[in-house]
Design a protein around this ligand. Sequence first.
Ligand SMILES: [Zn+2]
Length: 461
Amino acid sequence: MRGVCAAALFAATALLPILLGPCSTPSTAQKAHPIDLSASGVARDIDPEIADIIATTLAIDNHAHPKLPPPNDTTDRNFDALPVDNMEPETDPVAWRPDNPQLTDAWSALWGFTESAPLDAEGLKRLNAARQALKVREGQLYSAWILDKSGIGTMLGNRVSMGPGLSKPRFQWVPYVDALLFPLDNSTLETTPDRKQFFPLEERLRSEYLKAVGMQSVPSTLGEYLNRVVTPTLERQKAQGAVAEKFEVAYLRGFDFADTPRAEAERIYARWVGRDGPDPADYKALQDFLFRYIAAECGRLGMPVHLHTMSGGGGYFDIGKDNPFLLESVFNDPRLRKTQFVMLHGGWPFIREAGSLLQKPNVYLDFSQESLTFPPRTMAVWLREWLETYPDKVMFGTDGYPFSESLGWEEATWIAAHNARQALGLALTGMWQDREINRARATEIAQMVLRVTAAKLYGLQ
Ligand SMILES: [Zn+2]
């Protein structure tokens, strides 16, 4: 896809009702695209030619949680294996709060709703009525319409399952595999109020995975568990269209996955399967083995492995144990070099640690969620360092997620998509002005970040 111009991308996907300009240079007509960067205060610092390419390239969103459109929108809970809307209160970042001024822009752009954030209870009712009008108008096309409004051609939907209105090619499935890491009794792992909620949810998903292979409980040997449950689950998800597998294991334990020999894992499994209270050190060693086994199988099946690498959510999240440096022994495992790993959310607060790991040939990152949580000028500094070192390893993402009544997955997607584009514009303009790259290379990197790298990684058009 390298070198394919934005106009050709639009023409190929035929998604947006816009006038298309000539292929060689961005045209005025392309500015008709709904992604309008000019309204932002940072626009004056973005080169207009670079801004045009960024505004008119349909993005591949590496990570988000779209909800089903009507009539399933109100009952859909499969947008996350561990929905975080029931956790104990944490101190939300400013961008997630109901008074984030960017909400006002998103409401206006998406629903034509002109009131300002924050809203009181009556205001929220009016906001929901405005949303509902668009849902009724768009019907099954509603979720794809949200992508159109956010300049996203394809969204990787990280969900337990997809459904009507979230189909290819606009939506690609990324299921969860954490449930396969925890085959024993998990009661001793419920060490925080949040994990008390998480592990039963993982066990419910594990039951569904077992049911799909005709079992009611995990088998008695590790060999059977791997051959009859783990591998068939990954193969089934691949056959059902999954393009990657997601671990949100950082919510459940740390990233220190040791290299447990198979014989030891077999002994531990046989000793504790079906029994209460497995020895914590034993159970960790078994999880470590399973993580590497699953990662290797994902490599064999050609599915990149996604890892949540960012502080939170939740006030009990172990930030220090989520340091991406702890993954280095996994990334350095020669048996896993055929597995492509993607660090989601850029590793914040371990920005530089995550960036340095891009040196590994099979490691990538995206800046989903960061793009929602941090203003463009802050994120541009991080992006610039990554793009100066490993520009072909960095991908656009939003982490559009139903955060709250005022910040639905729709608003989160729209805000993050705009912030991400502005940050990318600032970073590339700075590199061009300082003569690190020429303008042609700047626009090429913009397209790589927005879609070309992801298109190659997942084999998407
Ligand atoms: Zn997410």
